[in-house]
Design a protein around this ligand. Structure first.
Ligand SMILES: Cc1cc2nc3c(=O)[nH]c(=O)nc-3n(C[C@H](O)[C@H](O)[C@H](O)COP(=O)(O)OP(=O)(O)OC[C@H]3O[C@@H](n4cnc5c(N)ncnc54)[C@H](O)[C@@H]3O)c2cc1C
Length: 491
């Protein structure tokens, strides 16, 4: 569906040269506030001097967003698209809700989604995260039931089923045992292995320092993130979701003072206009809307700030920031002809290093999250090869002696949408900016959970409460209350 902009928009105004404007309007006086009322008169004037008479814009406006829509989604990564999908899928009547996705980079060159390693697992410590991944794996398994488009080829996610193998030292063994209990309670199929069992199943592992291992028996593996992204995009377009290539740069909101039952005064804000700056241009288009979804990934903290979130006095709800920021993570790909081979699962070592097989030619990929002190500058996506030599490879070679002889073939870096407070997702509306909803902050597990998170956010928007998975522990208010929802299994 083409996007349109009426002649009242800033865009059209900017298209007239000063001379044309002066000629057209020289004997028309209109005070600024009377602009709308004067438009027909102005049009008539213009028609009288333009050849051809009728108002006929010369410029293609199909790239502009509409002037109003029900929902604006900031960010067209996997989370934004999943919210768009579920809003359309759960709407009560077809076409009842208009959704616009604003994405500033259609190549997704810096977006987390395309730069992730595409893993899905059930092995989390929080029941909510297990439930999210359980639903998501079902979604991925039946991807063409969800995302199939008539007359288009089916999606092939290149899903590679393989358990995650998590290794715990003596210190982490009790936590691992507890985590597995939670995972099983939620319905995940995970087994615990002693070092001897581990050695029997994976003889290429050096079990020194391993006290316990957990291994996923179902619903784990890796897939092509780009395929999921493009599949969602294709599907939501077929459902009538509009896309706009531009950057959200400003929100216009109104405020309302309220008194709580305890007599405390609070100011509630409601965004009613989103300004979208068009790509490679100074043009911007205001879009009126009822709901804003902040799905800007690693940059969602900045989007929250644009809406005034975190700008109040420290220690107050108004002064509480959305603690999501870009954290650079490296992924290295190496070749090892004597490596563990096709049966290599995704191994998460107790040291924090992880690796898995990549393709079929004795290639592997992996990395390790840096410590807080080692966090690299997120200003660019350059790869630090010394990090592999100093911080990753020693752990790999210790755990898999064959990795003593490996050759790094390539590497890339991407941004985690990192929640510095507790490394977990942020879902639901802001308590004060009442029509900004979050779908962000998943810190390294957002790809796999996107199908379920999109559904949860759509439920909140459409029904006002969660209907399937209760994610109220992921609400923004926990940052103000200081209540961490800690996930122990962050890779
Ligand atoms: C190296 C690496 C490995 C990972 N491995 C895994 C894994 O194995 N499994 C897993 O589940 N997750 C993994 N992740 C995490 C996962 O990729 C992210 O959690 C997920 O992709 C986040 O999706 P998103 O849509 O929120 O963010 P993104 O994909 O980054 O999308 C956000 C979009 O918002 C746009 N945007 C930002 N600001 C604006 C603005 N002002 N106006 C318009 N658009 C804007 C950006 O251009 C971007 O395209 C990994 C991440 C990295 C970096």
């Amino acid at each position: 569906m083409p996007c349109t902009a009426s002649p009242q928009s800033w865009y059209y105004r900017s298209m007239w040269s000063r001379w044309e404007l002066r000629t057209a309007l020289k004997d028309v006086y209109w005070p600024q506030e009377d602009w709308a009322g004067k438009v027909p008169e102005i049009k008539k004037k213009i028609q009288s001097f333009l050849p051809g008479g009728a108002w006929n814009p010369l410029y293609d406006t199909s790239h502009l967003p509409p002037e109003r829509t029900d929902v604006v989604i900031v960010g067209g990564g996997v989370l934004g698209l999943s919210v768009a999908y579920w809003l359309k899928r759960l709407e009560k009547q077809q076409g009842a809700i208009q959704v616009l996705v604003v994405e500033r980079d259609h190549t997704y060159s810096r977006a987390s989604t395309g730069l992730s390693v595409g893993g899905i697992r059930q092995q989390f410590s929080l029941p909510e995260n297990v439930q999210l991944s359980l639903f998501s794996v079902d979604f991925l398994r039946n991807i063409n039931d969800y995302l199939g488009v008539v007359d288009d080829p089916p999606l092939d996610l290149q899903f590679n089923p393989s358990g995650y193998l998590l290794l715990a030292s003596e210190k982490g063994a009790a936590i691992m045992e507890n985590n597995v209990k939670v995972q099983r309670q939620e319905g995940a199929k995970v087994c615990l292995m002693s070092p001897e069992q581990l050695q029997n199943k994976f003889p290429w592992i050096n079990t020194e320092g391993v006290a316990l291992a957990s291994y996923g028996l179902e619903g784990e593996g890796w897939f092509d993130p780009w395929c999921l992204l493009q599949g969602l995009r294709r599907k939501v377009q077929s459902m009538g979701v509009l896309f706009c290539h531009g950057e959200v740069t400003r929100f216009v909101s109104s405020s309302n003072r309220m008194e709580t039952t305890s007599g405390e005064e609070v100011t509630l804000k409601r965004i009613h206009e989103v300004h979208v700056k068009m790509d490679h241009s100074l043009e911007y288009q205001p879009v009126e809307c009822a709901i804003v979804i902040n799905a800007a990934g690693a940059w969602s903290g900045q989007i929250a700030e644009l809406a005034g979130i975190g700008k109040g006095p420290p220690g107050t709800l108004r002064g509480t920031k959305l603690p999501v920021e870009p954290r650079k993570r490296y992924v290295y790909v190496w070749h090892c002809s004597q490596g563990p081979g096709l049966g290599t699962p995704l191994v998460a070592d107790s040291s924090g290093a992880y690796f898995r097989r990549e393709g079929l030619g004795n290639n592997y990929l992996g990395g390790c999250s840096p410590t807080e002190e080692e966090e690299p500058d997120p200003g660019n996506l350059e790869v630090d090869h010394d990090f592999f030599q100093g911080k990753v490879w020693p752990h790999l070679a210790q755990r898999v002696p064959a990795f003593e002889n490996l050759k790094v073939r390539s590497a890339w870096a991407g941004y985690y949408d990192y929640n510095t407070f507790d490394q977990n997702g942020v879902v639901g509306p802001h308590p004060l900016v009442v029509n900004m909803y979050f779908a962000t902050g998943f810190s390294g597990h957002g790809l796999q959970q996107a199908p379920a998170v999109g559904r949860a956010v759509a439920e909140l928007v459409l029904e006002g409460h969660f209907q399937t998975i209760n994610l109220s522990s992921f609400f923004f208010s926990r940052f103000y209350l200081g209540e961490k929802v800690t996930e122990h299994n962050i890779l």
